[in-house]
Design a protein around this ligand. Structure first.
Ligand SMILES: [Zn+2]
Ligand SMILES: [Zn+2]
Length: 416
């Protein structure tokens, strides 16, 4: 089995190298036409075209506009999956690769999601080539599914896809995200977004201010209450926000104001405490000013990512074979991703990768780096390491069992 594994790993690397030009064009096309969450039509079409045209012996089955207007699904291999090879009938192991492709307002691809799309596409076509050579000799038939998952930066497209059943037949999921260094796991934290609206009463601000109820005052007090609360929060918790609406003219007592805050904690179960504390701040401001307050959570909550030590170790070992260096002490990170929700229903990994710059995500410098030629070497190397990790698992039922055990234990630990 070991020789076969090595052959498969060599095949997938050759296939990815052979498609280097197409893959680079794929991500630079997406990079040059940045689209916001839910509006990623061009990126969707570009990826759908890529999978519709990628053919050596057998082609992908491509579903455009899959469950969401800018999501897609490309699959290859036998029907089935998601039963973990333990269900009735012919067992099938379904390996998923996820492509993100949304950009940021005013900044373009400052989070490098064009490269996430490229990694997903490259890893999938690489693994397909390796499987085609060895299909009959695997312990269980393997299928590949690529999911295009829009709107990561805001509304959580993956969560909409989970709710629509798009992950139900997947057994493993892989995604890699651009960052400042190569890390097999970073504990991305849980996130929820709260919208706070104050309703007051308008009045002439100089002639009859006493007739008004000032909604801007409520917003300012709420903002300050949260600033005071912050000292009492645990160091890993985050509570940060903006005033989205604060009145229309100085000579009118504002009758409406609106704030939006992000709440983050390492574990999704702690968000509840944080929400209660923040809501106290918002209600106190309403009481002090006489405004009516409306508190809503307009989007899906993002879960923290569940670790999977077996997949992370395999990824590191494959990465090292390709020359990737992993730091002894990876940096801490307080970002969040809708992959967290995926990781709590399907075993998977979400490593981060260096793209040739120390610039930080969500900056203009990072946008430039995500579109630069130098990022290609690191992106394709990451795709190879992901696909090689998939090869390890599909060739070895013991490893698959271990991956599932890690998943079960992480769920117990993080969710109870
Ligand atoms: Zn991102
Ligand atoms: Zn981002």
């Amino acid at each position: 089995m070991d020789t076969r594994k090595q052959q498969m790993k060599a095949t997938l690397q050759r296939r990815i190298d052979a498609l280097r030009a197409e893959l680079s064009t794929l991500s630079s096309d997406i990079w040059s036409r940045p689209e916001l969450d839910g509006e990623e039509t061009y990126a969707h079409d570009t990826l759908v075209r890529f999978f519709s045209q990628e053919e050596e012996e057998q082609t992908w089955t491509v579903q455009s506009h899959y469950k969401l207007p800018t999501a897609f699904r490309a699959s290859w291999g036998p029907a089935g999956g998601g039963g973990g090879g333990e269900g009735e009938g012919e067992p099938v192991l379904n390996v998923g690769f996820l492509c993100e492709y949304d950009a940021l307002p005013g900044l373009g691809h400052a989070c490098g999601h064009n490269l996430i799309a490229e990694v997903g596409a490259a890893a999938a076509v690489g693994l397909k080539a390796a499987l085609q050579e060895n299909e009959t000799e695997l312990p269980v038939p393997v299928k590949i599914t690529v999911l295009g998952t829009p709107a990561e930066e805001t509304t959580g497209g993956k969560i909409d896809l989970i709710n629509a059943g798009a992950f139900a037949d997947l057994d493993l999921v892989f995604l890699a995200h651009p960052a400042q260094q190569d890390v097999s796991f970073l504990p991305c934290v849980a996130l929820d977004v709260v919208s706070v609206k104050y309703h007051g009463k308008a009045s002439h601000a100089a002639a009859y201010p006493w007739e008004g109820v000032n909604a801007l005052d409520a917003a300012v007090l709420a903002y300050n209450n949260v600033s005071v609360l912050r000292q009492q929060l645990k160091p890993e918790w985050r509570l940060h926000g903006i005033i989205k609406h604060g009145g229309v003219r100085p000579n009118i007592i504002p009758d409406y104001s609106e704030l939006e805050f992000y709440l983050r904690s390492p574990l999704v179960k702690d968000l509840c405490d944080l929400k209660n504390k923040a809501e106290g701040c918002f209600r106190a401001a309403a009481m002090a000013t006489g405004c009516r307050v409306e508190i809503t959570y307009p989007y899906h909550a993002y879960h923290n990512i569940l670790p999977n030590a077996t997949l992370a170790n395999l990824y590191e070992s494959n990465g090292k074979d390709l020359g990737i260096q992993f730091p002894e002490q990876p940096a801490t990170f307080s970002g969040s991703t809708d992959f967290g929700n995926v990781s709590s229903i399907v075993p998977g990994i979400h490593p981060f990768f260096y793209i040739g710059t120390k610039a930080l995500n969500h900056t203009e410098e990072y946008t430039e780096a995500a579109g630069a030629e130098v990022a290609q070497l690191y992106t394709l190397r990451t795709a190879k390491a992901l696909a090689m990790t998939a090869v390890d698992v599909v060739c070895c039922p013991d490893l698959l069992r271990q991956v599932r055990e890690d998943f079960g234990l992480a769920k117990q630990k993080h969710e109870s």
